[in-house]
Design a protein around this ligand. Structure first.
Ligand code: XIL
Length: 363
């Protein structure tokens, strides 16, 4: 049904909208790719769907490719939602970021139990092969491992997940080798959060990530890139371009590329007028993107949604509690305004910031 709508929309777009507006075109002209995450329900929303069609070359399934989403019970797959995303991508000539094969927050309960028992690696390997066989034709790059770093649980900075407990730190190399065997052409990534700010907690995460990828590359494990999620946060302070470029240099020196995979901005001061909030968000995005996009290791940028109406970021009661007495006139802080388009689909300063950064000379 969704896929059926596409040809009409694509034709309409060509007539109605000046193509230079497309962020994907700005990116492509500079050797980069631009895209966004999308949920199936957002694809059914005409405002969001049109933003995606107008601006994106790549699409990341926000939920539908995750293990717990496709495998509700042992021995049973339900690919209905993932198939619909893939069909939409095929019909609209989007390339898909395969997100994600192994993520500690999305391993189905039955698989966690099996892994903790004596099921062995087969349950993991079978999942990797099933996903890559089914979606390999539309997917360019896979987040094979999502969020493996956690400072504090082990000296090597790896997260002590069910996978790590069952198979040791080698689970990462095993997953990458299985993924490469299943789809030798596919680009394989490790995707991670909290790598963006110069604060010590994040420097420790960058160091752990570098140590991990250095060891994998040293062992000849098929790994092609690192995903930097880029969930920016105005509470975490300014970006340091030198710190970021040093990190990118180190990844590039290992022969790996970098994808910016989940850009959005968590706000802090919800009490400010909307225009001021939008400027603060755009300024932070400008700091980050002007530091990373010109770097030759970086190949793509994806936002974690396009319109504030689809953002996974919520204005929580704790956020509101920071401003006692606010919104007593019955108004509300509204949505978190951390994506390039507002809730009605209108472009905000962040959109212009992204366009400008995508066009910066590559170094
Ligand atoms: C998030 C989705 O956006 C939410 O809708 C869902 O409830 C939880 O997952 N890092 C990731 C993404 O790699 O998969 C997460 O997506 C956001 C954080």
């Amino acid at each position: 049904m969704l896929a059926g709508l596409l040809p009409t929309m694509l034709a309409a777009r060509g007539l109605a909208r000046p193509q230079p507006l497309s962020l994907a075109r700005v990116a492509a002209a500079n050797g980069l790719r631009f895209g966004s995450a999308m949920r199936l329900d957002a694809l059914a929303d005409p405002v969001v769907r049109e933003l995606l069609i107008d601006n994106c070359a790549t699409l990341t399934p926000e939920l539908e490719f995750k293990w717990a989403a496709v495998a509700p019970a042992a021995g049973r797959y339900d690919f209905a939602a993932a198939d619909r995303v893939a069909a939409f991508a095929r019909a609209g000539s989007f390339r898909v970021r395969g997100h994600t094969l192994l993520w500690h927050r999305s391993i189905p309960a039955w698989a966690e139990t099996a892994i903790a028992g004596d099921a062995g690696w087969t349950v993991v390997g079978d999942h990797i092969r099933a996903m890559m066989a089914r979606y390999g034709a539309v997917v360019d790059e896979w987040d094979v491992i999502n969020e493996p770093i956690e400072i504090g649980s082990r000296p090597d900075g790896l997260r002590s997940s069910g996978l790590l407990n069952a198979f040791g730190r080698d689970y990462i190399a095993r997953a990458l080798r299985d993924a490469h065997a299943a789809a030798p052409q596919a680009r394989l990534l490790i995707n991670e959060y909290d790598l963006e700010y110069p604060i010590p907690a994040q420097q420790a995460r960058r160091d752990a990530m570098l140590a991990l990828v250095r060891s994998l590359v040293g062992q000849g494990v098929p790994l092609h890139g690192v995903g930097i999620q880029a969930h920016l946060d105005l509470a975490k302070g300014p970006i340091d371009a030198v710190v970021l470029r040093t990190f990118l240099d180190a990844i590039g020196a290992l022969g790996l590329t970098v994808s910016i995979t989940e850009l959005d901005v968590k706000e802090r001061d919800y009490i400010l007028p909307a225009a001021q909030r939008d400027r603060a968000v755009a300024a932070q995005v400008a700091q980050f993107l002007t530091a990373v996009l010109p770097h030759r290791a970086v190949t793509s940028l994806s936002c974690w949604g396009l319109s504030d109406r689809q953002s996974w970021l919520q204005v929580t009661p704790a956020d509101q509690a920071r401003f006692p007495g606010a919104w007593q006139d019955g108004t509300s802080p509204g949505l978190n305004r951390g994506l390039p388009f507002d809730s009605a689909g209108g472009a905000k300063p962040m959109r212009q910031t992204i366009a400008a950064a995508l066009a910066l000379p590559r170094t």
